[in-house]
Design a protein around this ligand. Structure first.
Ligand code: ADP
Ligand code: SF4
Ligand code: MG
Length: 357
């Protein structure tokens, strides 16, 4: 199989990921958690990465931040033209926090229990800018105000356990943004929060993204979250991108059967309160012994309804990410209304709808 020809739009991308694969050596054999992933991120845009648990979303974000020790990483991750794969730890450390930052699902695991939140945010500023204590402290309080924490001066002197889950997530966002990074990676930032607080945090991320012209990668298993804040969407399945599209196109015409399944499993407004949640039948693919054809084939309704020869193609030939014209390319998050891409032999693009759906 030859590598796909990639479009050459990456010159202005803040983050360019090309053919990224991440493989872990395990007792049972190599686990390829991310396989040949390519995408572009531009300033001022939000890319939502969605997929079921285990699809490689977190492994991708950790790879971008250079946080995998011991994994084999191939391909390229370039930040504003600088190659990150293979960069010495000392230089990665300088970039982390300063030019790219991350917020996680569980802020308590990233906040130190024995220091006040003000001290922790200020310390971050001091380490990266070498700023004086008083300056760093003032920036910490300003950041707490910016993320909507009431009485920021007083609350800067409190400890993480004195904050509610939502307020703690705001603290994490303040810490992530105090050094004014250009790229923010948010991995399931609202999963542990109740619906109202979740909406507030998403609004906050969207506001900061717009005000600061940030590039945001928002990782979630929840397509509803993506619909609210993302400009572009990358759908992952078994470590691979199976669909990439601007958000409106994805919701209007999901081209990949897996994306369609995810959308069908979203609760609808007209559902009865006690309606059971719809899930895509079947289980995620094995990363230890990947099947030769399409990884989604055992669960795919489209393949099940196809002719024997079409089904054979699904089971034996791995589909590449391609647009409606069949040309492999990369999702460039600067494009608006750009061409959606899907890794499926029988994609449901608007023009080909009805061919097999
Ligand atoms: N350190 C590791 N060693 C072996 N396998 C790993 C490691 N980290 C992640 N994986 C595997 O990689 C796959 C993708 O994980 P992850 O990116 O965390 O999924 P998610 O999409 O839920 O964030 C999972 O099957 C997971 O078991
Ligand atoms: S390639 Fe075949 S099995 Fe895979 S998603 Fe498309 S129709 Fe389904
Ligand atoms: Mg994850």
């Amino acid at each position: 199989m030859t590598a796909p020809q990639l479009s050459m739009t990456e010159t202005h991308a803040l983050l360019s990921v090309r053919d990224l694969s991440v493989t872990f050596a395990t007792k049972r054999g190599p686990v390829r958690a991310v396989d040949s992933l390519s995408f572009d991120m531009h300033r001022g845009r939000t890319l939502g990465i969605v997929g079921e648990s285990g699809s490689g979303k977190s492994v991708t974000s950790m790879a971008v931040l250079g946080l995998h020790t011991g994994a084999e990483i191939t391909g390229s991750i370039s930040l504003d033209g600088q190659e990150l794969v293979g960069l010495p730890e000392r230089e990665l450390n300088r970039l982390r926090g300063r030019r790219m930052a991350m917020i996680f699902q569980d802020p308590l695991s990233s906040l130190h229990p024995y220091y006040t939140v003000g001290e922790q945010i200020a310390e971050h500023h001091r380490v990266h800018f070498g700023s004086r204590r008083s300056v760093a402290r003032r920036r910490a309080v300003e950041m707490l105000a910016e993320v909507g924490i009431p009485e920021p001066e007083r609350r800067a002197g409190e400890y993480p356990h004195q904050f509610s889950g939502g307020m703690r997530q705001r603290v994490m966002i303040a810490m992530a943004l105090v050094c004014e990074p250009e790229l923010l990676i948010a991995d399931e930032p609202t999963t542990a929060l109740d619906v109202t607080v979740q909406a507030q945090i998403l609004e906050l991320i969207a506001r900061l993204q717009e005000e600061r012209g940030l590039a945001v990668v928002l990782i979630t298993h929840d397509l509803g979250v993506v619909a609210r804040v993302a400009h572009d969407v990358l759908v992952m399945y078994g470590g691979r991108a199976v669909e990439q599209a601007p958000v409106d196109a994805l919701f209007a015409h999901p081209a990949h059967p897996y994306t369609r399944g995810l959308l069908d499993s979203l609760p609808r407004l007209d559902d009865a309160d006690d309606a059971p949640l719809r899930a895509i039948p079947g289980s995620p693919p094995s990363l230890l012994a990947p099947a030769p054809g399409c990884a989604f084939a055992p669960r795919c309704a489209r393949a099940a309804a196809a002719s024997p020869s079409e089904r054979l193609r699904c089971e034996t030939e791995r589909p590449l990410l391609s647009g409606p014209a069949g040309l492999p390319q990369v999702l460039d998050s600067a494009r608006t209304g750009g061409t959606p891409l899907a890794a499926c032999h029988f994609p449901g693009f608007p023009a080909s709808e009805g061919v097999a759906s």
